[in-house]
Ligand binder design. Structure first.
Ligand SMILES: CCCCCCCCCCCCC/C=C/C(=O)SCCNC(=O)CCNC(=O)[C@H](O)C(C)(C)COP(=O)(O)OP(=O)(O)OC[C@H]1O[C@@H](n2cnc3c(N)ncnc32)[C@H](O)[C@@H]1OP(=O)(O)O
Length: 242
């Protein structure tokens, strides 16, 4: 009897040790990841500011930061994995929609359609994304290090109220500006007849993407409002399974 109790407690201890080292590893990885991403978006902020101060115009700004932007925004796909493996307590769907819509904006809209890269709307979403991400990643970093200054917590859960609609406005205006070029060039489209017997119209697809903001954006926004109530006002929120 005594020995089986001992066995049980040894097993329990081993399990606890495993869990602890797993969570220590996860914390170390997340700390490294968040510091890297904060630095990446800070580099982007400085590059944008320097470009504007030196040239006095936003024309050419996108091109000058495109590589860094593509790199750091694409790396953010890792965040979907973080959720999927349970490393962070966030919905895979919410994170997936957020990250994929950004990657789509960068690679399949702004980067692919050179004629729109100097639009003011591109600068609008770039500035909004940059401010948001510096705040978000530094929030996660300081939170993991258990030294979170209140103003970062406040900024994380208040700035999005204005930043989210502004970012979405910038993205939608950019896609809208791209429509004539996409229609004229027929880019990324497949017309029948072809050997795959498949047709795809990128122009129509972009319109569908724009329309999909109507049901999807409010869900992301309300998710953030719920997080805000939970973190800043300590409300207990019962989330539905997502
Ligand atoms: C094929 C094309 C498809 C296109 C489809 C188009 C439709 C698109 C519709 C909508 C498009 C939106 C476009 C977006 C535009 C912009 O971004 S505009 C700029 C403003 N943006 C924002 O303010 C972004 C706000 N969004 C977010 O912060 C996130 O992306 C989120 C996923 C929506 C919400 O974050 P979430 O993680 O759920 O909330 P938190 O409170 O921050 O975290 C919850 C817990 O998880 C922990 N955590 C999460 N990530 C990390 C991490 N990297 N490191 C450490 N910890 C992390 C966090 O600490 C919390 O933990 P607990 O404290 O234990 O709860």
């Amino acid at each position: 009897m005594a020995s089986s109790e001992e066995d049980g407690s040894v097993e329990e201890k081993e399990n606890n040790n495993k869990k602890r080292s797993k969570s220590a590893l996860a914390t170390a990885w997340l700390t490294f990841y968040n510091i890297t991403m904060t630095a990446g978006w800070l580099v982007l902020a400085v590059a944008m500011l320097r470009f504007y101060l030196q040239k006095g115009t936003h024309k050419g700004l996108y091109k000058s930061i495109a590589r860094t932007l593509k790199f750091f925004q694409t790396v953010a796909l890792v965040e979907v994995i973080h959720c999927a493996v349970g490393m962070v307590r966030t919905s895979v769907i919410v994170t997936g929609v957020q990250v994929c819509s950004r990657i789509f904006m960068v690679w399949f809209v702004t980067n692919s359609i050179k004629q729109i890269q100097n639009e003011e709307s591109v600068i609008l979403f770039l500035v909004v994304w940059t401010v948001t991400e510096i705040t978000r990643y530094s929030f996660y970093t300081f939170n993991l290090l258990k030294h979170l200054p209140y103003f970062i917590k406040w900024a994380r859960y208040n700035m999005f109220i204005v930043m989210y609609p502004l970012g979405v406005a910038g993205e939608l205006m950019t896609i809208y500006a791209a429509l004539p070029y996409v229609r004229r060039s027929g880019m990324f489209s497949m017309r029948l007849p072809n050997k795959y017997n498949v047709s795809f119209d990128y122009y129509i697809f972009l319109i569908i993407v724009m329309l999909s903001y109507i049901p999807l954006f409010p869900q992301l926004y309300f998710h953030m409002l719920r997080q805000r109530r939970k973190v800043l006002h300590g409300e207990v929120i019962v989330e539905k399974d997502e």
